[in-house]
Write a protein of this length. Structure first.
Length: 508
């Protein structure tokens, strides 16, 4: 062998060892931004890393498997997808390798997979049992593994979730309750009903709590089925577990023009605070959730119900950041608002975030003694442009403006005209037909929710104006609707401010 060949072999061996070490190091990283950074760096090895990644397809370490999948997501699709498909279709590969390759194709590359492919596996049940064994082994050490497992599972066909539920019978029931709690809140009816059946087979206080959750929060027919199962379990002598001594504070931002809101659910148990944060949308439901196990002192200072708390949302304290305005709302009202949003998840088929399913259950269980509160909104009155502007000028409503379709040629003409107030008024006439007429009725629900928020904040007059705007959106054409006109004018004002900044930048 030539000396140069020996040197090349040594260098190749060293690089492979570096890749193996880097992959194992990535599997130990828990910070999401750092994980993405390291995975992207590993993907720079390109073709060289693919054989190494494929060697780890049969790993039983879920953290290492997740690291490999993350690197796969950064590789060129046209390079890695065919290699993974080769593994899936190769009967010489074991089922664990083929199932992992399938999961990578679906979850990390969003590749369509025919359901017939699953039928080609020799023993998919054994693969599922192994995955459950991993969850049982690691769920106490790392609760995030359980959430990640369910995140992956909800992207699989319903049949896979049902196979998982069937395989659970091989494990002690008490080890399965954390997973059953998450799967019970799957918005797919077949999955939730199968969970109810599994819970009925093993009467237990934890199972009863999960059934009570479904009886209160799920959509039909899950809700009715959960209520019946809960009643039967009580008749068999099962009683709910004692409620821990906790206090909850609930903070919520006003809805924006798109119907989106943020909720902070702050739990106090013996002076130790945790926080469940939710991002929601009226059309979809709960979209995103995050959990802080140990809330820093001063993050959410004590304040009376009805007080508004401004919170800077930027990561860099040296830079100006947007402010979110959180109302300290009564728990009973927040329970009602969140229940309505959860129902929307079922109606929109938008899966509830797994962090919410895990941590949010504690909120519902521990505040069950607090009745859901209602509000009586004032009767609507004829709307006026003055009242519309007065409402939308409130500091918490800085995002209430119509984001107008852009026309570069027209904007260039406005700049040439000086972007003065007279230009804005003429522009208002020019752009009024750009907004589709069916947009306006969709703004009525956010305005009604805003009216409730304002009432709880002690702003009765603004609540009245929001109710007036909601009725105007439902019943009036754009030409008759001063609230729609105010939103267009505010959108134009925002656009003119942006154009002035751009003009001044080029003039410097």
């Amino acid at each position: 062998m030539a000396k140069s060949d020996g040197g090349r072999i040594i260098r190749t061996f060293q690089r492979r060892q570096e890749i193996h070490s880097a992959l194992k190091a990535l599997a130990r990283v828990r910070d999401e931004r750092e994980r993405l950074k390291q995975a992207e760096a590993l993907a720079q090895y390109g073709e060289e890393i693919i054989p190494i990644l494929l060697r780890y397809l049969d790993t039983t370490d879920p953290f290492l498997r997740g690291a490999v999948g993350l690197v796969v997501s950064f590789l060129p699709r046209e390079t890695i997808a065919p290699r993974l498909r080769e593994v899936v279709m190769n009967p010489a590969r074991n089922d664990q390798e083929r199932m992992t390759a399938l999961m990578f194709l679906e979850r990390f590359l969003d590749e369509p997979i025919e359901e017939s492919v699953y039928a080609q596996l020799r023993d998919p049940h054994a693969v599922i049992v192994q995955s459950l064994r991993e969850v049982v082994t690691y769920q106490k050490e790392s609760p995030d593994l359980l959430l990640e497992y369910v995140s992956q599972l909800q992207e699989e066909p319903v049949e896979v979730a049902l196979m998982v539920l069937s395989a659970m019978s091989q494990f002690p029931p008490e080890e399965m309750y954390p997973l059953l709690q998450l799967l019970a809140q799957d918005v797919r009816e077949e999955v939730a009903l199968a969970v109810i059946e599994a819970l009925e087979r093993n009467p237990h206080p934890t199972g009863l709590a999960i059934l009570d959750l479904l009886a209160h929060l799920a959509d039909e027919p899950i809700r009715t089925r959960g209520r019946r199962a809960s009643t039967k379990m009580r008749m068999r002598g099962v009683r709910p577990a004692d409620r821990p001594d906790t206090q909850w504070r609930t903070l919520v931002t006003p809805p924006d023009i798109h119907g989106s809101q943020a909720f902070w659910l702050l739990r106090n148990r013996g002076g130790r605070y945790s926080l469940l944060g939710l991002l929601t949308n009226m059309a979809l439901g709960i979209q995103f959730a995050f959990y802080l196990n140990d809330v820093p002192d001063g993050l959410v200072p004590e304040q009376p119900v009805g007080q508004i708390l401004p919170v800077a949302m930027g990561d860099d304290p040296t830079q100006p950041s947007e402010v979110a305005w959180f109302l300290e709302a009564p728990v009973g009202h927040v329970r009602r608002w969140l229940k309505r949003l959860v129902m929307q998840n079922y109606h929109s088929a938008y899966q509830l975030p797994v962090s919410y399913r895990h941590w949010g259950a504690h909120f519902w269980w521990e505040t069950a003694h607090i009745p859901e509160a209602t509000l009586s909104l004032p009767a609507p009155r004829p709307p006026s442009l003055e009242e519309a502007f007065f409402l939308f000028r409130h500091p918490v409503l800085h995002q209430w403006y119509m984001d107008l379709p852009r026309d570069p040629e027209q904007e260039r003409m406005w700049v040439q005209q000086g972007l003065e107030y007279s230009t804005l008024l003429s522009a208002f006439i020019e752009v009024r037909d750009r907004v589709p007429a069916d947009v306006w009725p969709g703004l009525s629900p956010p305005l009604r929710a805003l009216a409730e928020w304002m009432l709880l904040a002690g702003e009765e007059e603004l609540a009245q104006f929001a109710v007036d705007g909601a009725r105007a959106m439902e019943e009036l054409s754009y030409e008759e609707n001063p609230y729609a006109q105010a939103l267009v004018l505010r959108g134009l004002d925002m656009l003119f401010t942006e154009l002035r900044r751009a003009r001044d930048h080029w003039d410097e």
